[in-house]
Design a protein around this ligand. Structure first.
Ligand code: PMV
Length: 372
C-alpha cells in the first residue's frame, strides 16, 4: 500500500448525512512536454527510464466530478464507477478513467462506495491532435482524491495530497503524474537528482536556472489526424525492442546532462539533448512496426527550419511527442522574433495554419464554478 493512500484509510467513519450528500470537485490541469522522454515501462506502471518535462500553461483540461454515494443495499447492482462523461455513458474516455478507478479502488476500498459523473473540456481544440491524456488524467485524479478527502474527512497536508495525486495519476497514464506540478518535474529514479522515484513525479524547480522558468513552447500542428499507434501499444513494444537496453542507458545519460544544463541555463546543450531525445523516440517508434512512422513531411521541414534558424543565431530548438506535431521551444525575450519566423517560415507546414503559443506554467488549480 502506498504511504499517501494510507492517509485516506486512517480516519473517522463517514456519517450517514454525509453519504447522502452529493459531492463535487473541479480542477484545471495542464498538459506537459517531455524533454527526456518516457518510452517503455516495467510491470506495475513503472517507467523503463526517468523522464523530465515542462508543464504547460494554456493547453489544459477542465474537469468536474460529481460523486454519487450509494448505500450498501444497492451495492449488488452492476454499476462500475464512472457513470458518464459529458452526459455520454459511452464516451471514449470512460474505459481509461474506469481502469484508473478500478486500480484506485483496489488500494482505497472505500472508493467502491461512490459512483462518478464526469464533465471534461480541453482548452485546445479537439482537432489539433494534441494529447489530452496527461492533463485529463491528472485533472480527474485531483477531483477524485479531493472528493474522497472531503467525503471521509481525511486530514492530509497539501504536499502529501499532491504526492497522492501524482501517484494516482501515474496509474492512469505515466506522463500524467508529471502534470501535477508546475514548472519542471522528473518522474523516475535518476542519480542526477536526489529523492526521485518511479512511483511519483517530483517538482525540480529549485535546480532550474530562473531564466528557464518562462520558456516558451509554440506547438506547431502539422496534423490533427488521430495517431496510428496508441502509446500503450508503443510502450509494450519496448519489451521486445532490440534497442531497448541502449535506449534506457541513453535516457539516464541524457538526464544527467540535461539536469546540469538546466541548472546552468546552457540552452545550447538543452537543445541538443531535447532534440536527440525526440528523434530517439521516433527512431524507436519507426523500428517497432509499420504503424510507428508518425512524423509527416511537414514535421521534417519544420525540424530543418528550426535547426537552420539556430545555426543562424536564434536560441530555438524542438521536441516532438509520439505524433507529427512539433513543439518549438525558446526564451520569452525572443517571442516577437520567433512569432515572425513562425509566420514567415513554418505556418505553411501547419494544418489550417494552427499554432498554439504556450509556455511554462504554474500547474493545476481548483476551479470554483460548478458545471454539473
Ligand atoms: O503517458 P503515456 O503512456 O501516454 O506516454 C506518453 C509518452 C510520451 O508522451 C511519448 C513521452 C513523454 O514522456 O511524455
Amino acid at each position: 500500500m502506498n504511504q499517501y493512500f494510507k492517509l485516506f484509510l486512517n480516519n473517522k467513519p463517514v456519517s450517514n448525512n454525509k453519504l447522502a450528500d452529493v459531492l463535487e470537485a473541479s480542477w484545471k490541469s495542464p498538459s506537459n512536454i517531455a524533454l527526456v522522454k518516457y518510452w517503455g515501462k516495467k510491470p506495475g506502471q513503472l517507467p523503463g527510464n526517468p523522464s523530465l518535462s515542462m508543464t504547460l500553461s494554456k493547453a489544459v483540461t477542465y474537469t468536474w466530478v460529481k460523486a454519487v454515494p450509494y448505500s450498501h443495499t444497492e451495492r449488488s447492482r452492476s454499476v462500475k464507477g464512472i457513470l458518464s462523461i459529458n452526459d455520454d455513458s459511452n464516451h471514449p474516455f470512460i474505459p481509461k478513467l474506469q481502469k484508473l478507478y478500478d486500480q484506485l479502488s483496489a488500494e482505497i476500498p472505500r472508493l467502491n462506495g461512490i459512483d462518478l459523473v464526469v464533465k471534461t473540456e480541453n482548452s485546445f481544440p479537439h482537432s489539433t491532435g494534441i494529447a489530452s491524456s496527461a492533463s485529463g488524467i491528472s485533472a480527474f485524479s485531483f477531483c477524485l482524491l479531493d472528493i474522497l478527502a472531503s467525503l471521509y474527512g481525511v486530514d492530509i497536508n497539501q504536499e502529501d495530497f499532491y504526492r497522492a495525486v501524482s501517484y494516482a495519476s501515474r496509474l492512469g497514464s505515466g506522463s500524467a503524474c508529471r502534470s501535477v506540478y508546475g514548472g519542471f518535474t522528473i518522474w523516475g529514479k535518476t542519480e542526477a537528482v536526489n529523492e526521485t522515484s518511479d512511483l511519483e513525479a517530483i517538482p525540480v524547480n529549485s535546480i532550474i536556472h530562473p531564466e528557464l522558468m518562462d520558456l516558451q513552447d509554440a506547438i506547431l500542428v502539422v496534423s490533427s489526424e488521430p495517431k496510428s499507434l496508441a502509446s500503450s501499444l508503443g510502450h509494450k513494444r519496448m519489451e521486445v525492442h532490440p534497442f531497448a537496453r541502449g535506449r534506457y542507458q541513453q535516457a539516464h545519460e541524457n538526464m544527467q546532462e540535461i539536469v546540469n544544463a538546466l541548472h546552468t541555463g546552457n540552452l545550447e546543450t538543452i537543445a541538443l539533448i531535447a532534440e536527440n531525445e525526440a528523434l530517439s523516440l521516433h527512431a524507436l517508434l519507426m523500428t517497432s512496426g509499420e504503424d510507428g512512422l508518425l512524423m509527416k513531411p511537414g514535421t521534417l521541414e519544420i525540424i530543418q527550419k528550426i535547426r537552420k534558424a539556430r545555426k543562424n543565431g536564434l536560441p530555438v530548438f524542438f521536441t516532438i511527442d509520439a505524433g507529427p506535431n512539433v513543439h518549438m521551444l525558446y526564451p520569452k525575450t525572443y517571442s516577437s522574433i520567433i512569432e515572425e519566423f513562425t509566420r514567415n517560415e513554418l505556418l505553411a507546414f501547419c494544418e489550417s495554419n494552427q499554432v498554439i503559443f504556450d509556455h511554462c506554467g504554474e500547474g493545476p488549480v481548483p476551479i470554483h464554478t460548478s458545471l454539473l
